[in-house]
Design a protein around this ligand. Structure first.
Ligand code: NAP
Length: 324
């Protein structure tokens, strides 16, 4: 950063639409004990941020304005606080911000919320991994997916879904992924049977799984939990990460990111992607300056994999449907 220039960060000053997202100059963060400051290279966008910004989760995530945004990030360590022995200046890392301040040129983080970036994991997947990786791991674990099972997953091609379907496959299950026809080829490429959502879904699911569905992971909400119960899936083997009203009604599980949030989980999934064991599609990479466009695209809920923000001018950025 040039002398005299202040780093930029997202700040929200009120609940509301995309116009409440402001990119402002902020003071350079200073690491306290056991903390580091990371020069961010990339940061993920997550639909939950839209719900928080619009004020739908005021009770769960209260905000004292002005507030930052963003959980996932990857970058290079630029300063280190006292007590940190695991990382040094210049190390390439990925991690998460519990203060929701990852969408910034510099983020302060607990050293314990970071892992080393595998050299063969690109910056964009690294910087958008934490929320979806931990959520996918928690959801697949919650339903105890195993060899011989038929597991149905809604939102199968989204950020969480594209990883969850592959983790359930790796557990040995036969996986049915509910998605639009646009994602049929992607799902087939990772060994997942595509079933289109919409009218007649129950009939189509019964037709592809005449012996029944053993476990159901709902990553989209809006009736999938009711459907799973109707299909006879046992409530201990249904997990929703979004439909908390239906979960309360039927007594199904709600395991999500919090149930698997750890550096070990993050490192495991990062390595699976780095080694090519699973794939992580990206729909688009936006420069930080086009933050508003990134959130407008995310709000359409047609993302395959992730939409990522890029922070370094030197990073080559592809805008649009990259579908890598
Ligand atoms: N509890 C937690 O810890 C936790 C953590 C992360 C996320 N979440 C929540 O979980 C949800 C999923 O997150 P995400 O990041 O995976 O979202 P996302 O990437 O935005 O999901 C996009 C996907 O939704 C699919 N979709 C759109 N309409 C659908 C429908 N009617 N039925 C089934 N799928 C449909 C799209 O598939 P097509 O393009 O094929 O239509 C697209 O691939 C969000 O609501 C998020 O807020 C909760």
């Amino acid at each position: 950063m040039k002398p005299g220039k202040m780093p930029k960060a997202v700040r929200l000053t009120a609940y509301g639409g995309i116009d409440q997202l402001h990119i402002v100059d902020v003071a350079m963060p200073e690491p306290k004990r056991n903390e580091v400051v990371v020069r961010v290279v990339s940061s993920g966008t997550n639909p939950g941020e839209i719900a928080i910004r619009e004020g739908h989760l005021k009770e769960m995530f209260p905000m004292d304005f002005p507030f930052g945004q963003g959980t996932d990030f990857a970058g290079r360590i630029s300063s280190v606080g006292s007590g940190v022995t695991t990382f040094a200046i210049g190390d390439e890392v990925l991690g998460w911000s519990e203060q929701r301040s990852a969408q910034a040129e510099y983020v302060v983080s607990e050293a314990s919320h970071l892992v080393a970036k595998p050299p063969s994991l690109d910056w964009f997947r690294a910087g958008s991994l934490f929320v979806v990786a931990t959520t996918a791991v928690a959801a697949v674990r919650a339903v105890s997916a195993k060899a011989g099972d038929v597991v149905a997953i809604s939102g199968a091609a989204g950020g969480v879904g594209s990883l969850a379907v592959q983790l359930a496959r790796r557990a040995g299950a036969r996986v049915i992924g509910m998605a639009s026809d646009d994602n049929a080829a992607f799902l087939a490429s990772v060994g997942v049977e595509h079933v289109a959502y919409g009218d007649g879904l129950e009939r189509r699911l019964r037709a592809v799984a005449p012996e029944g569905i053993d476990a159901f992971i709902d990553l989209f909400g809006g009736g999938y939990v009711d459907l799973a119960v109707k299909l006879g899936v046992s409530t201990e083997r249904i997990d929703t990460i979004i439909d908390f009203a239906a979960a309360e009604k039927h007594g199904v599980k709600t395991d999500g990111s919090a149930q698997a949030a750890s550096p070990a989980t993050l490192a495991d999934v990062a390595n699976l992607i780095a080694w090519g064991e699973i794939v992580m599609p990206l729909t688009a990479i936006y420069p930080f300056s086009l933050l508003h466009d990134a959130y407008a695209e995310l709000a359409r809920r047609k993302t395959r994999g992730k939409i990522v923000l890029a922070f370094e001018e030197s990073v080559k950025v592809r805008i649009g449907a990259t579908s890598m």
